[in-house]
Design a protein around this ligand. Structure first.
Ligand code: MGD
Ligand code: MGD
Ligand code: MO
Length: 802
């Protein structure tokens, strides 16, 4: 389906009618009178008449069906069809089946995308700018004018910056507009950079541990291939990867095709995930944080049964056996020395690993043999296993399995350690300018930097400086619920947030009064993605972008972050430099135009053209990570110190850090099953990204709350011991916090482990006990050894009947 000629009628003229409440109700009532069947009929007839795929903007009697998309960090980027009538969204549908372009499939909405109308028209949405009147965190606010809000922000920015310098200003994690070329976050950073700079953080809480570890094997972090290269792969091992729920771009499109084509899928996950139930031929549960023991035993089986790819290992790798080690390393540090027990006296047999992982030895043997003898085979790791304290080791462990089986750089294989596809094309976003503040903290340092900056040393994660000159004194959280919901160990974080002698000024913008928004001094009601302009692109499996346009006028006093930030800029005297005279839509047009000029060969549409076409596909050829390095190693050495794939990393060896060994083998994790703390807290708790929301976004959506009720999964064996029955309220606790939610007694989770979806809102009762199922009252802020990254997934708890 190439080069189809498509004609479009534009809906967007830039201005849409303001809707009165009465008309809104009316339009909703009339929803029934514009059935989707009518739309389908018109498409069908058009298809017949014109012999081409249907137009994208379908004009039924009075309703325009406009393709758009959200900018959430939801795992995908779907073609959402907004049905707009009289300035009101009356219905949400999605790309139609027969519009599928096999070369670059644009995604169809999942249950969350179909819930956007409820998200946008929820009566709980914030309506007016507000100022805190109670204690921080109490949630008491009074309505103020936009003028007052922006005056307070400008004045506070000026006075606090004069006192502490620009490095006291910090913008917190926020992912709800991350998928767009512009956002309030980006605009704010631009303004802060113009006015002296701000303290930035590094590390992605999503996959930063993988990104930090993978270069120690391959020299670079981007190790993904395009998914079309897997079409003929006979075997896929999904290691802690749950794309049926997490989406991960186009993964499900390709996996479903592969499944039909006969690919075998094995899922390694402590939970019988939706991916296991919908796709897998085999589910292999294991205890969380023990993945490296399973990998070690697989490697032992592969090597001891002579199933490894010797030619590949000889040609492309370093560190496999004693003959092939970097200089300056003593004897018996190679992979073979470790596996065979020469190094530490322990042979890494399946029986050894069974005790640690709970995976039966015969299953380990079968898995190892199958992976090593099926050519090619793709071991694909999700990011759940690396959001652990041992996450860097797990990420690198999978790269070594891929290496010794010769699956790197080969069509149908997979290099594991996935964090992006290098061959992909993206749009450049907003120009943020230069940040004069050079020091950076890890995302895991922010609570400490707000509490006592002298504790944030290079050993703790500070870079580009020996010390911080100031605590965090001004904090912005725009489109994030990180402060008091998604950050680990929030009971610790909120103590600092509530203390006005620490952070002097907090500004939040959201659509809802979230647990984090409660800590704002100034709380601003932002427009939703349906009420402003952006261009959004998918997760890295796909190459296209979609116009996310203003379809309806904002109601009440909602404003886009850009508008109020521009007003603050004016009050700081830098309006012209900041805005360059552009309004929100003109910025998006400008960004589109800059990209067009930067990529002349791509034939990118002008903004005006994009308003007609709504989307643009890049045609990218199939891409196999490291193919060049494997095809022609002399001219394309791996960008590692040795020029080879580093099974043994001398750089890690030189760090002499017991938690990040040169070989990335199993090391018992803090708060893992071998930690002494298990006597007090005998259950491991993990989270997963549930289908009913994107992190905490859409938490209040009543339909989505029914899609997946917030419950604690517990195995019948563990439930019986505690006399817990299906649906009982249970108390989940450790030294950091307590949460009470109903139990789901299910064999979908391995004994010794409990699990709940992440992203439920924190709802402390008067005793501080969480009643919402916000897992981050229990999680730990312990940092990973290499990345100084997050370990949201590693924690021990006890559970009993509430
Ligand atoms: N529906 C939905 N999709 C999303 C999101 C969402 O909130 N909802 N969020 C998006 C975002 S921001 C991100 S970063 C990605 C995250 O994507 P991932 O990090 O891959 O998603 P998770 O569900 O956290 O983890 C994947 C699987 O790892 C398993 N797991 C946990 N611990 C271990 C372990 O120790 N070993 C093994 N082998 N498996 C383990 C979990 O049970 C889960 O099934 O998802 C994106 N997609
Ligand atoms: N225990 C545990 N914790 C985790 C994770 C985990 O796996 N387990 N995963 C981590 C990961 S990978 C991530 S990415 C983070 C995500 O953490 P966050 O970035 O905080 O993501 P959300 O919780 O979705 O918060 C986004 C907020 O933006 C609001 N919002 C939506 N649209 C708009 C808009 O247009 N404008 C404005 N101003 N606001 C808007 C939503 O209402 C919501 O409150 O969570 C992390 N926390
Ligand atoms: Mo994420």
């Amino acid at each position: 389906m190439k080069n189809k000629k498509i004609s479009y009628t534009a809906h967007e003229k830039g201005d849409v009618l303001t809707v009165s409440h009465r008309r809104f109700i009316q339009a909703n009532a009339e929803l029934v009178s514009v059935p989707f069947a009518a739309v389908r009929t018109s498409i069908a007839s058009e298809k017949k008449d014109q012999g081409s795929i249907p137009v994208n903007l379908i004009d039924t009697d009075e309703t325009k069906v406009v393709p758009t998309c959200s900018t959430f960090d939801c795992g995908g980027r779907c073609d959402i069809r907004a049905h707009v009538k009289d300035g009101v969204i009356t219905r949400i549908t999605t790309r139609l089946d027969h519009e599928l372009d096999e070369e670059m499939p644009i995604m169809q909405a999942c249950v969350r995308g179909r819930g956007y109308r409820k998200f946008i028209y929820d009566p709980n949405r914030l309506k007016y700018p507000m100022k805190r009147i109670g204690q921080r965190g109490e949630g008491k606010f009074e309505r103020i004018s936009w003028d007052e809000a922006t005056t307070i922000i400008a004045n506070k920015l000026t006075s606090i910056t004069e006192k502490y310098g620009p490095a006291c200003r910090y913008v917190s994690v926020n992912t709800a507009v991350i998928g767009g070329v512009s956002s309030g976050d980006k605009m704010l950073r631009r303004l802060l950079n113009i006015t002296g700079g701000h303290l930035q953080y590094y590390h992605s809480v999503s996959m930063g541990n993988t990104a930090a570890a993978t270069p120690y094997t391959y020299g670079v972090a981007t190790s993904g291939s395009t998914l079309d290269t897997l079409a003929d792969t006979p075997l896929v091992i999904l290691w802690g990867h749950n794309p049926t729920e997490t989406i991960f771009g186009h993964t499900n499109h390709y996996f479903q095709k592969m499944k039909k084509g006969g690919t075998k899928f094995i899922v390694v996950d402590p939970r019988y995930s939706d991916t296991a139930s919908s796709l897998a031929d085999q589910w292999i549960p294991l205890l969380p944080t023990t993945d490296n023991a399973l990998m070690d035993a697989m490697m032992y089986v592969i090597v001891s049964e002579d199933l490894h790819d010797k030619v590949f290992i000889d040609r492309y790798t370093i560190g496999f056996d004693e003959e092939n080690m970097p200089d300056g390393v003593p004897a018996n540090e190679s992979l073979v020395a470790y596996l065979t027990g020469v190094k530490d006296g322990i042979i890494k047999t399946p029986e050894w690993a069974e005790k640690i992982t709970k995976v039966p030895a015969n299953v380990i043997r079968q898995l190892a043999r199958e992976y090593a003898t099926t050519k090619p085979a793709a071991l694909m790791q999700g990011w759940g296993p690396q959001r652990h304290i041992c996450g860097e080791r797990v990420a690198r462990g999978s790269t070594i399995l891929a290496t010794i089986t010769g699956n790197v750089g080969k069509k149908g294989g997979w290099a594991a350690g996935f964090s992006g596809v290098a061959g992909n094309k993206y749009l450049n976003g907003l120009d943020l300018g230069n940040n004069p503040v050079k020091e950076k903290i890890s995302v895991m340092n922010w609570v400490q930097a707000a509490d006592d900056a002298s504790k944030v040393t290079p050993a703790e994660g500070l870079v580009n400086a020996d010390k911080l000159n100031s605590n965090i004194r001004v904090l912005f959280s725009l489109a994030g619920n990180y402060l008091a919901n998604q950050n680990p160990d929030i009971n610790q974080a909120v103590k600092i947030l509530a203390d006005e002698s620490k952070i002097e000024f907090i500004v939040s913008s959201d659509l809802y009064l979230t647990p984090s928004a409660r800590y704002a001094d100034i709380l601003l009601p932002e427009t939703s993605f349906m009420e402003r302009w952006n261009i959004a692109y998918p997760w890295s499996t796909g190459s296209y972008f979609i116009l996310s346009s203003k379809l309806i006028e904002p109601e009440f006093e909602r404003r886009s972050d850009y508008e109020w930030i521009r007003e603050v800029a004016a009050k700081l005297g830098v309006e012209q430099e900041f805005s360059e005279g552009r309004d929100e839509q003109e910025w998006i047009a400008h960004i589109m135009e800059s990209n067009r000029q930067a990529m002349p060969k791509e034939n990118l549409p002008t903004f005006e053209e994009l308003k007609q076409t709504r989307k643009h596909l890049f045609k990218i050829p199939p891409y196999i990570a490291f193919e060049e390095n494997i095809r022609d190693p002399e001219n394309h050495p791996f960008p590692t110190p040795s020029g080879k794939i580093e099974i043994f990393s001398k750089r890690l060896y030189d760090m002499q850090h017991p938690e990040i060994p040169a070989l990335s083998h199993y090391v018992p994790a803090f708060e893992g099953p071998e930690d002494k703390l298990i006597e007090k807290y005998p259950l491991q708790l993990i989270t997963w990204k549930g289908k009913s929301r994107s992190n905490s976004t859409q938490y209040l959506n009543p339909e989505l709350q029914e899609v997946q009720i917030q419950k604690l999964w517990i195995n019948p064996v563990d439930a019986q011991k505690r006399k817990i029955k299906q649906g009982d309220l249970v108390r989940i606790f450790n030294d950091r916090g307590v949460s009470i939610i109903p139990a789901e007694v299910t064999q979908r989770i391995i004994p010794g482990v409990v699990a709940m979806p992440t992203g439920a809102w924190w709802q402390p009762d008067k005793n501080g006990v969480d009643r919402g199922g916000c897992v981050n009252v229990l999680t730990s802020s312990r940092k990973t050894p290499l990345a100084h990254g997050n370990s949201h997934q590693t924690l021990l708890v006890e559970v009993n009947k509430a």
